[in-house]
Design a protein around this ligand. Structure first.
Ligand code: 5RP
Length: 222
């Protein structure tokens, strides 16, 4: 994990943001740098409206006086800048390490240009070393855990400060070890059909670009 690589990727990504656009703001330590930079651009006169993907990001955006809008009042988002926990050369992602995968995926689903930013440590040949975060309603946590076993997934209920982790929606997160995933798209489809899963952290066909910081360079994968 390299902070300068995150910063370099974030600085490159904000060049995708144009005046008048609706902008999705991602969650996490890499998105943080992009939000900070967008805040500076707003201070210098850039007019945008933004949609935060988490309460943490909402607070950060408010701190920077970035004008926010309600996702229910718009039909499309022009560009979203977000992080990832893992990505591969096919722009398939694992997201949700920060627990915001549900809003992140909703935002991505109506975004024209989805820009993912990451340091080089996030690039993998095969997804799956990072466990797949899955948001479940608390009522169904054990039901879903058993169904995941049938897919060879070993689920652990996420905890924070000795308590069960609660998402912005009041749900829980299962972190699921599937081993290295041969076919992320097929696994995503299977997860889509498990009742009790609200959303999972496999992002397939959603990213348009991954901007990856590599040393003092950035590489754009499209
Ligand atoms: C939050 C996410 C983040 O984008 C992901 O966890 C990457 O975070 P970071 O940039 O801090 O490594 O999906 O739900």
């Amino acid at each position: 994990m390299n902070e300068q690589e995150k910063i370099n990727a974030a600085l490159k990504a904000v060049s995708f943001v144009k005046p008048g656009q609706v902008v999705g703001l991602g969650t996490g330590s890499t998105a943080y740098f992009a939000i900070q930079e967008i805040g500076k651009m707003v201070r210098e006169g850039l007019e945008i409206r933004a949609i935060p993907t988490s309460e943490a990001t909402r607070q950060l955006a408010e701190k920077w006086n970035i004008p926010l809008t309600d996702i229910n009042d718009i039909s499309t988002i022009d560009v979203t800048i977000d992080g990832a926990d893992e990505f591969n050369s096919r722009l398939q992602l694992i997201k949700g390490g920060g627990g915001a995968l549900l809003r992140e995926k909703i935002v991505a689903s109506i975004t024209g240009t989805q820009v993912i930013i990451a340091d080089a440590s996030k690039q993998v040949e095969k997804l799956g070393a990072f466990r797949v975060p899955i948001e479940v309603i608390p009522f169904a946590a054990n039901v879903v855990t058993r169904k995941l076993s049938a897919l060879n997934g070993e689920a652990s209920l996420r905890a924070k400060n000795d308590s069960t982790y609660i998402t912005d929606q009041g749900n829980n997160i299962l972190d699921v070890d599937f081993g290295l995933i041969d076919d992320p798209a097929a696994l995503a489809k299977a997860l889509d059909h498990i009742t009790g899963i609200v959303e999972h952290g496999l992002f397939i066909d959603l990213a348009d670009y991954v901007i990856v910081g590599k040393g003092d360079q950035v590489e754009i994968i499209a």
